[in-house]
Design a protein around this ligand. Structure first.
Ligand SMILES: [Zn+2]
Length: 81
């Protein structure tokens, strides 16, 4: 990680992993990954760490995806009536 924005992007990577990142920053990180191998390596390590933590966290909170699915389900139920 030698480029100056590597450091700032690395701070956003945990948001990337839990899906709370805005699409603009997401696209920025994705395109950065194409020409920055150290960031990809860092991201993979982070993903493993967060994945391990996420297993603990999911006991208390639903993953974002599941929450969205639930909301859709509720919406379709209310439309059905
Ligand atoms: Zn980088």
């Amino acid at each position: 990680m030698k480029e100056p924005h590597c450091k700032s992007l690395s701070r956003k990577m945990s948001d990337y992993i839990d899906g709370s990142l805005d699409p603009k920053t997401l696209a920025k990180i994705k395109s950065h990954f194409k020409d920055c191998r150290p960031c990809v390596a860092f991201f993979k390590t982070l993903q493993k760490t967060v994945g391990a933590l996420g297993a603990l966290k999911s006991a208390a909170t639903l993953p974002r995806k599941a929450q969205g699915g639930l909301r859709e389900k509720l919406k379709s139920l209310s439309h059905g009536n």
